[in-house]
Ligand binder design. Structure first.
Ligand code: SAM
Length: 263
């Protein structure tokens, strides 16, 4: 049962979803019987719909009021468990304990970037349904050549195909946020990545540091124009023009170069 009439806490990015169709579409993106983690259930708009489908649902919530509410609900429902705390600190232990197939959540806006960078490194067998501010969702879903294509767009493609599921106006939430929101669906592409996720993270951080510079300039002193040519990458290319496969090739060479530097 949902928590009733909660006051929203701005500091925790609380905007509660009330659009029934959106709730249905988020839940229906996940197959029946799945083992799911929901990040930030709040009063439970999505939680109830997920519970109706899940084999097992674990919620991670920082707000004491909601954590207490779901803990009480979990005492009556063996399908539901609660982790009370900050997802940035609790996620790793939760993954080890729960081994989820799916992760879902209407994510707190202030955590979008760092949390997505963590989530994208998880090789889930099911996938993820995640709600963001529309601008962040656009960045995640963008492909090479787009002005908003960046590090996160590359990172999410390490394990996943990316699909825009829906866009929602501020009025779909209470209280309404200032901007539109959007839901992204990540499903495993099933290919074995050619580099490590940690290596890819280091590489996109370095490679997108100066978007207007060429890729060779971004890696100056570490990778040469000849090395880019050997990777079948034009040394004059700008970072936002390179697709995931090119970034994975750069990661292989960059991690090797960075290791040799450190030695
Ligand atoms: N799922 C609800 C909905 O869609 O109506 C609430 C979504 S609200 C945008 C974000 C939720 O994440 C809130 O319940 C908030 O308390 C919780 N939250 C914020 N920061 C958190 C953190 N660091 N760790 C865990 N939960 C957090």
């Amino acid at each position: 049962m949902q928590a009733s009439n909660p006051t929203a806490k701005k500091a925790l990015g609380q905007h509660f979803l009330k659009d029934r169709q959106a709730i249905r579409r988020i839940a229906e993106a996940i197959p029946k019987g799945a083992n799911i983690i929901e990040i930030g259930p709040g009063p439970g708009a999505i939680t109830e719909a997920l519970l109706a489908r899940a084999g097992k649902l674990t919620v991670i919530e920082m707000d004491d009021r909601f954590a207490a509410h779901w803990r009480e609900a979990g005492e009556k429902n063996p399908q539901l468990s609660v982790i009370h705390g900050d997802v940035m600190l609790e996620l790793e232990a939760a993954l080890a304990a729960v081994r989820p197939e799916w992760i879902a959540g209407n994510l707190p806006y202030n955590l979008s970037g760092p949390l997505t960078a963590k989530l994208a490194g998880l090789d889930l067998s099911g996938g993820m349904v995640l709600m963001y501010q529309r601008e962040v969702a656009e960045r995640i879903a963008a492909g090479p050549g787009s002005k908003v294509y960046g590090g996160l767009s590359v990172l999410v493609r390490h394990f996943y195909n990316v699909k825009r599921l829906l866009v929602l106006p501020p009025g779909a939430f209470a209280p309404p946020p200032k901007v539109h929101s959007a839901v992204i669906l990540l499903t495993p592409h099933g290919r074995t990545p050619a580099c490590s996720y940690a290596g890819l993270q280091q590489t996109v951080r370095k490679g997108f540091a100066h978007r207007r510079k060429t890729i060779t300039n971004n890696f100056r002193g570490l990778l040469s124009a000849e090395q880019f040519q050997d990777m079948d990458i034009d040394p004059g290319t700008r970072p936002e023009q390179l697709d995931y496969d090119a970034w994975a090739r750069i990661a292989g060479a960059y991690v090797h170069a960075a290791d040799s530097e450190g030695r």
